[in-house]
Design a protein around this ligand. Structure first.
Ligand code: ADP
Ligand code: MG
Length: 367
């Protein structure tokens, strides 16, 4: 049984700057794929390099099966690394690259094992080709085979799909996940792409400015974000303020259910797919807004609804047309999630000023 425990690691490159990694802790079970996701510069690569032994933390420790590996050099850690740029040897054949990972092993066995690994990654027929003759996705599979050759207990993948175009990225991602699961190797994937983290990993940690803000299963962190940053980084979120009284809160959408229970002023998140629309209530309530835009996406539609100074996004199944200009009421189909406020990323809903600027530009174009 193999278990990695990352305990309270902190790394500061420049005393005058914020730490690159700040008190990060998480664990990895045997055979599990863990994701570290966050925007560029939040400390993901530094965390991986500390685990691999290329970088030393200022404090904290890394334990493998309960034993500290903090003092071991990288080559003694049984950890493999797959980089964004594949890092294949351009002057070695495909099988030559894979066999590089088998240095020190008997020569005949090396060739056989190299071929087995290529078969595992579906490239046995490309064995004698040179790396530049392969597609990016194939090169990344060779890099994985070379890393698997040294029988690592853990593989670290740093943005391994980001150099691939969109179509290839999806299939390579699926292939590599299947390969890791077949080989029963534990892995940590670093990515800035939240969809990639949610679909590739068994558990995910969301990093923000060096700190791990939340760790959990993909569904858990998407549906129950604990902070405003996590809510917004993992997908579109409508944020609103309210006053909580136990399991409900008074908000501009009316009295709505919340999780978990809270008291007093709260910041809440509602995913666009958890908002429903109904014809505006004309019986004197003022909880209604106006559809200001509509984005048809085939099987579903995203509406932008203006409520006073704020826009809400509602993502509904395609059930008929609600034209722009229609007055509607918004109701939550799931309880709103109570958030801790940790700074908002730039993908917040556009500010009113921003929307007004767009309206001006559109008007200018129409004239
Ligand atoms: P990410 O992989 O999430 O994009 P990094 O771990 O590469 O982030 O970087 C985190 C922070 O640490 C950044 O501000 C980066 O500039 C800084 N940093 C990373 N490596 C070094 C280094 N060797 N020397 C100084 N600063 C560094
Ligand atoms: Mg990085």
């Amino acid at each position: 049984m193999y278990h990695l425990d990352v305990r309270h690691i902190t790394k500061c490159f420049e005393p005058s700057l914020m730490p690159a990694v700040s008190d990060a802790s998480f664990y990895l079970e045997s055979g599990e794929i863990f994701g570290l996701v966050g925007p560029s510069g939040c400390g993901k690569t530094t965390t991986l390099r500390i685990i691999a032994g290329f970088e030393h933390p200022d404090s904290g420790d890394i334990l493998l099966d309960g034993v500290s590996i903090g003092g071991l050099p990288p080559e003694k850690r049984k950890i493999g690394f797959v980089f964004q740029d594949y890092a294949l040897f351009p002057n070695r054949s495909v099988v030559g690259n894979v066999m590089f990972g088998l240095r020190g092993v008997d020569r005949r066995y090396r060739k056989k094992r190299g071929e087995e690994l290529l078969e595992l990654v579906g490239l046995e027929r490309e064995a004698d080709r040179m790396p530049h003759e392969l597609s990016g996705g194939q090169q990344q599979r060779v890099a994985l085979a070379r890393t698997l050759a040294s029988n690592p207990e853990l593989i670290l993948l740093d943005e391994p799909f980001s150099n691939l175009d969109a179509a290839l990225r999806e299939t390579t991602r699926r292939d590599i996940r299947t390969l890791l699961k077949c080989a029963d190797v534990s892995a940590i994937l670093v990515t800035h792409d939240q969809e990639e983290a949610l679909s590739f990993c068994d558990r995910v940690g969301v990093m923000h400015a060096g700190a791990l803000e939340q760790v959990g299963r993909p569904e858990e962190i998407y549906l129950h974000p604990e902070t405003s940053f996590v809510a917004q980084f993992l997908g579109r979120a409508n944020l609103l303020r309210g006053t909580a009284r136990g399991s409900v809160a008074e908000t501009e959408l009316g009295t709505i259910p919340i999780v978990p229970d809270a008291e007093g002023p709260v910041l809440l998140s509602l995913r666009p797919e958890h908002l429903g629309l109904s014809p505006a209530d004309t019986n004197g309530t003022n909880h209604s807004g106006e559809v200001v835009s509509r984005e048809f996406r085939g099987h579903d539609v995203t509406f932008r609804i203006r409520f006073g100074h704020v826009d809400y996004l509602a993502h509904t199944e395609y059930t008929g047309s609600i034209p722009v200009g229609t007055k509607v009421s918004i109701y939550p189909r799931e309880p709103a999630v109570v958030l801790r406020e940790t700074g908002l990323c730039r993908r917040a809903l556009p500010s009113v000023a921003h929307s007004a600027r767009w309206a001006q530009l559109l008007q200018a174009r129409a004239n």
